[in-house]
Design a protein around this ligand. Structure first.
Ligand SMILES: CC(C)(COP(=O)(O)OP(=O)(O)OC[C@H]1O[C@@H](n2cnc3c(N)ncnc32)[C@H](O)[C@@H]1OP(=O)(O)O)[C@@H](O)C(=O)NCCC(=O)NCCS
Length: 147
């Protein structure tokens, strides 16, 4: 399995389709400041995830594992890679919004928080301010520095 940063339109289109198939937001993928990572098995993209960095905080988003690859720890692996990338860009706290995977993220160390409590930069992101449903759970995790 190979981790790659998405740098070409063809892969971005694959990610867009994966998000749409899961009913997740895809219309802002072209926006500046969104880093997309994919895990490939050979040429097949088996999982994707995204990251928007805002100084000391980061928004994790767009995490999808193809159905036939689920239940093997792939999302855990990709989430760790996204958190690492966020740390490297200076983030100390990760935020995300989710409509169906709140329990999943709880198991990965995320805790639900009120939307009103998020930093202004996160609140102003398109995912928060307009694209994700108001009913989506908002979650946060401290990104402890790795030793
Ligand atoms: C959520 C998701 C990314 C997990 O991917 P995955 O690679 O199967 O996850 P892992 O293998 O790391 O973990 C599997 C475990 O999580 C559990 N799990 C998977 N999806 C879950 C969910 N939505 N809610 C609660 N638990 C979930 C599985 O039951 C399994 O539990 P087990 O270890 O006790 O058997 C994948 O199910 C997915 O792509 N879902 C659709 C898109 C989505 O909701 N993305 C998150 C919002 S951005």
């Amino acid at each position: 399995m190979r981790l790659e940063q998405v740098a070409d339109t063809a892969t971005q289109d694959v990610v867009r389709q994966m998000l749409e198939d899961e009913g997740l937001v895809s219309c802002d993928l072209d926006d500046d400041g969104i880093d997309l990572l994919v895990l490939r098995d050979g040429i097949t993209v088996v999982a994707c995830g995204g990251l928007e960095n805002f100084g000391e905080c980061a928004l994790l988003r767009s995490l999808v594992v193809r159905r036939e690859w689920r239940g093997r720890g792939i999302a855990v692996m990709l989430l760790a890679a996204l958190e690492d990338a966020a740390r490297q860009r200076g983030a100390r706290t990760a935020y995300l919004l989710t409509s169906g995977a709140e329990r999943y993220f709880q198991r990965q160390g995320y805790a639900s928080v009120a939307r009103a409590s998020v930093p202004a930069a996160i609140a102003a992101s398109r995912q928060f301010s307009s694209l994700c449903p108001a009913s989506a759970a908002c979650m946060r995790k401290d990104l402890a520095p790795q030793t």
